[in-house]
Design a binder for this molecule. Structure first.
Ligand code: FMN
Length: 175
């Protein structure tokens, strides 16, 4: 059976979408049939042998679309290998604690525990002043978040290569 992988994302201004596209590209190059889709275009995750979900972070929260996606597909995802990433922090400080400062509701926490992702990864993000609203600019200014594109493509590619290896191992085991 051909291994199909879904890379799905909840992105407001495109930075997370581009990370998801890059991950999908690496998985495809590794010989996996990969589709990259925004979360609201996914009808069913069951046809895929593995799922990668990406969300942007806003004010300590995941995008609502990503939360909805997890809740809608919870039963299927709990049976599938799932990797989750978030794109958020700007600046060059190394990322230490993945979920530090996140507001995760009790319901989302339960869903996460049920799905039991293989990994929850945090990547640096991109704040583009030409895209965000004036209220968002004000917020960013207040918390003194660095502005600019801090996505670390080498780290993203390395993570995707690691996932490709794990998926291939799993599908060989179940073949
Ligand atoms: C108003 C605003 C609030 C943000 N809040 C957070 C936050 O709480 N934590 C974080 O790590 N990043 C935060 N970010 C950074 C974004 O998560 C980052 O820019 C991300 O890469 C955007 O992805 P997107 O273009 O896919 O929406 C915030 C950005 C904006 C504009």
């Amino acid at each position: 059976m051909e291994t199909k992988v879904l890379v799905t994302y909840a992105s407001k201004y495109g930075a997370t979408a581009a990370i998801a596209e890059k991950i999908a590209e690496i998985l495809s190059q590794a010989g996996l049939k990969t589709e990259a889709l925004p979360v609201n275009r996914v009808v069913n995750t069951k046809p895929y042998q593995a799922v990668v979900l990406g969300t942007a972070l806003y004010i300590g929260r995941w995008r609502k679309d990503a939360v909805k996606f997890m809740q809608k597909h919870e039963e299927a995802l709990a049976e599938q290998p799932v990797w989750i990433f978030a794109s958020g922090p700007t600046g060059t400080e190394p990322i230490t604690n993945t979920s530090e400062g996140w507001h995760i509701s009790k319901k989302l926490q339960e869903t996460l525990e049920h799905i039991a992702p293989i990994e929850l990864k945090l990547f640096h993000g991109d704040i583009d002043l030409d895209k965000i609203t004036s209220l968002e600019k004000w917020l960013i200014d207040r918390v003194k978040a660095p502005v600019g594109d801090f996505r670390q493509w080498e780290a993203i590619k390395a993570w995707a290569k690691d996932i490709a290896g794990q998926i291939k191992e799993k599908t060989l085991q179940t073949a």
